[in-house]
Design a protein around this ligand. Structure first.
Ligand code: HEC
Length: 579
């Protein structure tokens, strides 16, 4: 008798437990506002609402409710959830969701094992046997961090380029050109600037959390809030660029997040894994030869160096708190102008580096600062034909409101007085006869650059070239006869001569192009995918020197006889001596 009662009690206990669980589920549905994530998508005449209990790594509860347009719950034959981490190739996880009450399905488990953007596809089979796929995406934060907003930008070459420019101008002084936290201002900093090659590894932090750190500031006050200096869009550009530090060279670009106007995928058309970037190719092999550097000045590890044709001398002696770059000879070759990026004084309200413009004799003597603005950064420079003024790219030197303030300034060398010659312009270059000014004009949205030429006083500006085929230009230079420009560019028309740019490497693949001043005759000169190469003509115009982060090169202006003559590269620029 006693032995017979046990199954009955078990049965009753079982019912009680089921009732309690059901009641809890109904209550927990009613209090759905505690769910961390909720989004509704409509497919055909059905509405799918996905709720997720937490948006950080770890175990979570996933609830899907399916209704008709007028709110009637819809029972399905089957509902599954498919999880895909969009930022790295980990395969997909498919799980069955159980129906809790009619039209309500749930699954629980540890699927978010990486921080970053996740895609959840709801695979639904109706009683009539029709299959539907409803795609959701949600950012997931690392433990103790925020998931933050979804990065609205695609990780394409244009965004990465915009981010790289902002990074080089604002962040590289501390975090280093290669993101290793070893920039010139990093020495002795405590805590040291973060090493992005580790911090930006896929799965480590969500884009949204990185965005919030840059916008609002990270723990230490050395890492300041950038919200007054960069727009939200610019911060997203920087985030997208920072993420390239964490990708192994040659690894695929991240899976592009779905956009609203993309058709919803069908079940069998879903991508099976992260697609590889078909455009990713390695740089062509360039021979490295042992040749002395021709007479020139160049930047190396934050100081200006000179070659007399046989040996190298360090001309400046800036300490770790300063970084010298972009040296350029005066027209008569007797002086050298360059830019220094300085660590801000401890008393500065915002610890942002500030640029300064220097001039010295070609042997390094008589060094003096020509322009030392209180704020803002300086970039590439060019001498006026008479050697009395300097054209300088400047960002944020004049602004008081924190808005974008990009201009080419014309600076008087004796007095330091300056005027803004061209707004939204950068990378000035002067023709050999001193009469023409070439520069890049940045569109208002900050995305596209056009190549321009104007008279040396800034009048009569005219467009030489722009094209959606190119994602960016850098440092144009006049040919000695003043009829053409040689410019570094990313991307370019597809064809037997060229291949489209790849975005998979750190930095971006730049190459040299040539174009006539009337916009005709576009021609690719190199195919080596260098990082920000800067060129300079020999005095007789028959050869070019080029420096990027991969080394120093020598070549003919038509691109032939290209060879690497020094494996030590730098972003800081090179200029061939005048004689
Ligand atoms: C004056 C030096 C300096 C400059 C300039 C600077 N940073 Fe930093 N940054 C730091 C330091 C130092 C830390 C580490 C702070 C800490 O650990 O508390 C840091 C930390 C960070 C972090 C946190 C990353 C992590 O996971 O550890 C991010 C993101 C970051 N910086 C982005 C930027 C960006 C983007 C810029 C340019 C717009 C920039 N920083 C400019 C010094 C700097």
């Amino acid at each position: 008798m006693v032995r017979n009662r046990l199954p009955l009690l078990t049965l009753i206990a079982g019912f009680v437990i089921i009732a309690v669980v059901l009641a809890w589920l109904v209550v927990s549905n009613a209090t759905s506002t505690t769910m961390a994530f909720e989004q509704t998508r409509r497919v055909g005449d059905l509405e799918f609402t996905l709720q997720v209990s937490q948006q950080t790594m770890g175990e979570a509860l996933y609830m899907v409710s399916v209704r008709t347009a007028n709110g009637q719950p819809v029972e399905l034959e089957r509902l599954q959830l498919e999880f895909l981490m969009t930022e790295m190739e980990m395969g997909k996880i498919l799980v069955d969701a159980d129906q809790v009450v009619p039209g309500q399905y749930q699954a629980r488990g540890l699927f978010f094992n990486m921080a970053g953007l996740w895609q959840i596809d709801v695979l639904a089979r109706t009683m009539a046997g029709n299959d539907q796929v409803v795609r959701f995406e949600l950012p997931v934060g690392a433990p103790g961090e925020f998931a933050g907003p979804v990065n609205p930008l695609r990780s394409d070459a244009q965004t990465i380029l915009a981010g790289q420019r902002l990074y080089l101008a604002n962040c590289a002084a501390c975090h280093g050109q290669r993101g290793r936290g070893d920039g010139p201002l990093a020495a002795g900093a405590s805590p040291p600037p973060s090493d992005f090659t580790l911090q930006m590894l896929p799965g480590r932090h969500s884009d949204g959390q990185i965005f919030m750190w840059i916008r609002d500031g990270y723990s230490s006050n050395l890492a300041s809030a950038w919200r007054d200096r960069l727009t939200d869009e610019q911060i997203w550009q920087v985030v997208t660029f920072l993420k390239t530090f964490g990708r192994a060279p040659g690894s695929p670009a991240p899976y592009p997040p779905p956009t609203d106007d993309e058709p919803l995928p069908t079940a069998d058309a879903l991508p099976s894994a992260v697609p590889s970037d078909p455009l990713t190719t390695g740089p062509a092999a360039v021979p490295t030869v042992s040749e002395p550097l021709p007479p020139s000045v160049f930047s190396r590890s934050g100081n200006i160096w000179r070659s007399n044709g046989s040996e190298l001398t360090q001309l400046t002696n800036f300490g770790p708190e300063s970084y010298a770059q972009y040296p350029i000879f005066s027209p008569d070759g007797s002086r050298v102008a360059f830019i220094v990026i300085n660590q801000p004084p401890i008393t500065a309200a915002a610890p942002l580096p500030v640029g300064a413009l220097y001039v010295m004799n070609a042997d390094g003597s008589n060094l003096r600062a020509v322009l030392q603005p209180k704020q803002g950064l300086l970039g590439l420079t060019a001498w006026s034909g008479d050697g009395r003024s300097l054209y300088v790219s400047a960002n944020g030197v004049r602004s008081t409101d924190g808005g974008r303030d990009l201009a080419i300034l014309l600076v008087n060398i004796d007095t330091g007085a300056f005027q803004a010659l061209l707004e939204d312009a950068m990378d000035p270059a002067i023709s050999a006869n001193g009469q023409q000014l070439a520069y890049l004009l940045l569109s208002r949205d900050g995305y596209t650059q056009s190549i321009y030429v104007a008279n040396s006083d800034g009048t009569n500006p005219r467009k030489v070239y722009d094209s959606p085929d190119f994602q960016g230009f850098y440092a144009p230079r006049f040919t000695p006869d003043g009829t053409r420009l040689i410019v570094a560019a990313i991307g370019g028309p597809l064809g037997p001569q060229g291949s489209a740019g790849s975005v998979a490497l750190h930095g971006l693949p730049w190459d040299l192009w040539q174009i006539n001043l009337d916009g005709t005759g576009l021609r690719r000169l190199t195919e080596i995918f260098e990082d920000l190469p800067l060129v300079s003509f020999s005095p007789d115009g028959s050869e070019l020197l080029m420096m990027g982060s991969g080394g120093i090169y020598r070549l003919k202006p038509d691109g032939s006889e290209l060879r690497r003559i020094d494996p030590l590269g730098d972003h800081g620029g090179i200029d061939w001596a005048k004689n």
